[in-house]
Design a protein around this ligand. Structure first.
Ligand code: KG4
Ligand code: ZN
Length: 347
């Protein structure tokens, strides 16, 4: 017996994702239409353009997902959608399409928090249909969420039960990658471009690590300024800018900050496992460093495949699987909430 088959929609930013996920675990389809090439031309996301592209791609992506799953509407048990956080214009497309589909096909609607989706990407598995599903990650679980808009260390006590241990006090990690990428003249998005450049060189320098008052907080804006000064120094001396070596030094500083606070939080809270999620979790230097520093302490590291770290519908289907099983149903009046937070437990 398999659990509910959920059609999940993600449209919070510049990726249009539609997936079919069974039991919150097994991916039957995961279609993502990305606007990266379009935003590369402007060096970043223009929200208006992103929203219009969501509208352009949502129906073709939906049709492709149903075709990939070989599913008809009779096979679907619920429709799930990201309702925040994200860009309002982009969110509205997914939310309205999901509401219309739920009404038209008389299906329950499940609203999903995008950040919860990034965390639940760790529940997805690629085992074949029929094969037994692997067990859930153990609780309490420490989650490092690193995306374009968020950088948070979250202690997850159980399904849906979260404590915020720390977060960025200025730029998100992905935002820092994107801004520094632009500074270095690399294409948008900066994350993958910096990762590729950094792979070619040894670090040019050692950028200072930020101090924050909260033990598990992060700060990346000083690092961005340090990179700017380094670039300006080369320019003032009419030297060529060692882009790859500066990218390597920047990446090393970000990865070191993320990894050291994650390890400290894992040890302080005695977790058996650490999970990562969000676009920056696709970064190979971060994955390798965490693998080394986390497992050294006998703690398991969970890393979704890179394609499930960046925005996609399957992660929304994973979180929706848990929400659906817990009886969560959205009203037909579900609204997009651009600054939606995780439901934090009071500490
Ligand atoms: O989770 P995501 O796809 O969208 C948001 O929810 O924000 O994350 C996008 C962010 C971008 O800032 C992008 O530069 C970054 O993730 N990113 C990476 C890598 N791939 C994507 N950052 C570092 N290394 C990567 N390989
Ligand atoms: Zn995201």
């Amino acid at each position: 017996m398999s659990g509910p088959r959920i059609l999940a929609i993600e449209s919070s930013c510049d990726e249009t994702g539609v997936a079919v996920v069974v039991d919150g675990r097994r991916i039957e389809a995961n279609q993502v239409a990305t606007q990266v090439a379009l935003h590369a031309a402007t060096g970043g996301i223009v929200p208006e353009v992103a929203a219009r592209q969501q509208l352009r791609w949502i129906i073709p992506t939906l049709e492709a997902a149903l075709a990939e799953a070989g599913a008809g509407w009779d096979d679907i048990d619920a429709v799930a959608v990201t309702y925040g956080p994200g860009l309002i214009g982009s969110l509205l497309v997914g939310v309205n399409v999901a509401k219309a589909l739920a009404v038209a096909h008389d299906l329950p609607l499940v609203g999903v928090n995008h950040i919860e989706g990034h965390i639940y990407a760790n529940w997805l598995t690629d085992v074949d249909a029929g094969a037994p599903l692997p067990g859930d990650p153990p609780f309490p679980l420490l989650c490092l969420v690193v995306s374009g808009g968020h950088t948070q260390l979250v202690l997850m006590h159980d399904h849906g039960r979260y404590t915020l241990l720390g977060q960025t006090i200025d730029d998100a990690a992905g935002e820092a990658f994107d801004k520094v990428g632009r500074l270095l003249g690399l294409p948008y998005p900066g994350g993958p471009a910096i990762s590729a450049a950094a792979h070619n060189a040894a670090p040019a320098t050692r950028f200072p690590r930020a101090r924050t008052s909260g033990a598990y907080d992060f700060s990346f804006s000083g690092l961005k300024t340090a990179v700017l000064r380094e670039v300006e120094g080369h320019r003032a001396r009419s030297e060529p800018i060692p882009v790859d070596a500066i990218a390597a030094a920047f990446e090393e500083a970000v990865v070191d900050a993320l990894a050291s606070k994650t390890v400290a939080a894992a040890l302080d809270h005695g977790v058996a496992a650490v999970a990562i999620g969000g676009g920056v979790a696709a970064n190979r230097a971060l994955r390798a460093t965490l693998e080394e520093r986390v497992t050294r302490h006998g703690v398991t590291l969970l890393v979704p495949p890179p394609a499930l770290c960046t925005d996609n519908g399957a992660m929304i289907g994973a979180a929706a699987g848990f929400r659906f099983a817990a009886g969560d149903r959205a009203e037909a009046s579900l609204e997009a909430i651009p600054n939606l937070a995780l439901p934090w437990l009071r500490t």
